[in-house]
Design a binder for this molecule. Structure first.
Ligand code: ADP
Ligand code: ASP
Ligand code: MG
Length: 423
């Protein structure tokens, strides 16, 4: 008997009707003879609403308590889904992340899965039940406190469980028909990819294509577990995230597989930094000590007359004020002139394994930006990715221009967004 893990995102379980629709879908999988484990997210925008609530009672909510609060969202949907399934005549048992054996580090708000001990899930399956697991949460190995895995983390719960249970596939059900060549919310002519490699999907997810949580892709690659991203609102075949592209197929040969964008970052510029060994190390060590993740870094050539340079870097906007005050504290020690903070930036990334063997991608990309009137402020690259930073107001226009410039537009509109607010 096959074992399948199915994950349903918030927009797929936004209200009672949706929960019943999803329950029917799960029941059909079970009745087709498979063992079924379901991972479910909080209903609709519940997580955002809970965060708002926390901010109303405290400007800086305590991490432990915030995690305790947020995990309640997934507990609501898991119990309702189990009830809806039993109403269809099948046995379903719900489990919190902790009960399902999702063991994590103790960093509240972005804990990492370090072990999965799904004994209770296996028991439920052996007894013929469908197991429903609350996504996005676990329990810390050392403190035993409840943790969350970061926004979008239910995808990672699903893949981690699928790997631990040796499932045949992890199905991620969402509000679009698969992974598209760009976010269907801003590029209506985006194409659905039949398949995408772990390598490309990692770059897409890391660059802001939130259709899959980055960690879930890392996990799937480590265990070579296929992910099938598809819609819970249609029966269409979705996108397979796999190790290698299958032979043939037109999209598979495209130089660019997809374009991701990200409007959630900010830029800090440190102006007039003395250009000598050890200064950059001092700045970035202080930021790392505060556990702030930075993304792109650019350092200008120092002006010959002054020996001073400017250093800019991007980081999640949510960390912006914390990082600014950390750098500010170094001003006396390092002697830089000033700090500038810019939260009106956007990032655009072109991703494709074909870039390795095709020169000229950067030139085409920049030409497309020029004709769209988009000014490039920062650039970074990997072997299969080119990213730029531009004004946030220009991002959507820039994505559309690059999409057309690389011939990614579909002949017929296939990018349907079935639900969700896209927050
Ligand atoms: P869920 O609630 O199911 O986890 P998410 O909102 O996290 O759903 O992810 C689905 C959304 O990801 C889509 O509605 C879409 O707007 C967005 N998205 C961004 N980039 C892409 C892409 N390349 N392909 C498909 N969806 C994308
Ligand atoms: N409910 C959580 C969030 O909104 C986790 C998830 O949906 O994956 O981020
Ligand atoms: Mg998601």
């Amino acid at each position: 008997m096959g074992l399948i893990v199915q994950k349903f995102g918030g927009s797929s379980v936004a209200d009672a009707e949706s929960i019943k629709r999803v329950a029917a879908r799960i029941a059909a999988s079970k009745r087709s003879g498979q063992q079924v484990v379901v991972v479910v997210s909080a209903m609709g925008d519940t997580t955002d609403e809970l965060i708002d609530l926390a901010n109303q009672v405290s400007p800086m909510p305590n991490g432990r308590e915030l995690d305790m609060l947020l995990t309640a969202g997934e507990r609501i949907s898991m119990a309702l889904l189990a009830m809806a399934i039993s109403n269809l005549g099948l046995e379903a048992r719900s489990f919190t992340g902790s009960q399902a054996g999702i063991i994590t580090t103790s960093t509240h708000g972005r804990a990492r899965v370090i072990d999965v001990t799904p004994g209770r899930i296996q028991e439920a399956l052996a007894e013929g039940a469908i197991a429903i697991v609350a996504g996005f949460q676990g329990v810390a190995q050392d403190t035993k406190d409840i943790t969350t895995l970061g926004r979008g983390g239910s995808d990672t719960t699903a893949v981690a469980l699928a790997a631990a249970l040796d499932a045949d596939v992890c199905e991620i059900y969402t509000d679009v028909d698969g992974v598209f060549s760009a976010d269907p919310r801003i590029v209506p002519t985006a194409r659905k990819l039949k398949s995408v490699t772990y390598e490309e999907m990692l770059e897409l997810a890391a660059s802001g294509a939130k259709v899959l949580h980055l960690r879930c892709v890392e996990y799937a690659r480590r265990f070579n577990l296929p992910i099938h991203v598809r819609s819970s609102f249609s029966n269409l075949e979705g996108t397979w995230v796999v190790k290698d592209q299958p032979e043939g197929g037109s999209m598979e040969q495209a130089i660019i597989s997809g374009i991701a964008h990200d409007k959630s970052e900010a830029k800090i510029t440190i102006v007039g930094v003395p250009d000598r060994a050890g200064v950059a190390a001092r700045i970035f060590q202080a930021i790392a000590d505060a556990d702030v993740n930075i993304d792109m870094i650019v350092q200008n050539v120092s002006a010959a007359a002054t020996g001073l340079t400017d250093i800019s870097f991007t980081l999640p906007r949510t960390e912006g004020s914390r990082a600014t005050s950390i750098v500010q504290k170094l001003q006396g020690e390092i002697g830089f002139q000033s700090i500038q903070y810019d939260d009106q930036i956007g990032k655009l990334s072109l991703i494709g394994a074909g870039m390795r063997s095709h020169p000229g991608v950067t030139a085409n990309f920049f030409a497309a930006m020029a004709s769209a009137g988009v000014n490039i402020e920062m650039i970074s690259t990997s072997e299969i990715r080119i990213s730029i930073v531009c004004r946030q107001a220009d991002v959507e226009r820039a994505v559309q221009a690059a999409h057309t410039a690389f011939d990614l537009d579909a002949d017929q509109i296939e990018a349907v967004v079935y639900g969700g607010s896209g927050i």
